[in-house]
Design a protein around this ligand. Sequence first.
Ligand code: BEZ
Length: 249
Amino acid sequence: MHWDAQRYLDRHGFIIERGRALVDLLDPQAGERILDLGCGTGDIAATIAARGAQVVGVDASPAMIDTARARFPALDFRVADAAALPFETEFDAVFSHAVLHWVLRADDAARAIARALKPGGRFVAEFGGYRNCAALETAFADALQRVARRDYRSPWHFPRLSGYAARLELHGLVVRAAWHFELPTPLKGEDGLRQWILQFLPHHLDGFDTATREAVLAATETALMPTIWRDGAWQADYRRLRVVAERAT
Ligand code: BEZ
């Protein structure tokens, strides 16, 4: 999918702020070698590097890697697919924020993460868990079908905690802690919901004329108004999965 890096920075910077909070859980140490898996615009990699670790940031999107390199030229950023990482036993930690729900080859990703870690190396990740954005996706799918007779296919997988923990263990990681929790997420501005759709689901609107796009977006807003418009703001129904694991020694 094509990533609009500028829209991401302007409208969805809260994701970067949340990633910084997850860095505290990672607790990077000076001299450690850390992989930021799905580094996007590079901001979190820079936060990890500022704590003295050596960071490699990878992302499947060349547009995001171009942006990361331009913003943080001193850091090491590479285009790579999470399901086919080219690393073997070289990282003290793999960190990933708001990315793994995009990786549909989840078993390949778990295997690649385990392989990239040194024995005892840690994996700290947070991403969308079971029923993440369920209200939002259902309303958008209905609007797409009703207005334009187009079927919706989710680009994401949002696993259950139990299934995801079992998957990690199958591929050589030992799960130390895991959480599945609700995180209602304010979207900036009255147009926040449509900006979110334009950022994360733009291909579903491809080929529509302006009136049809507008009608799909408006129908989605109308459907969600009674449930996720609260106190003058859109609150996306995020549900997160957070895990801390280690590569078995
Ligand atoms: C998430 O961070 O949970 C998320 C972000 C974009 C699209 C879907 C989910």
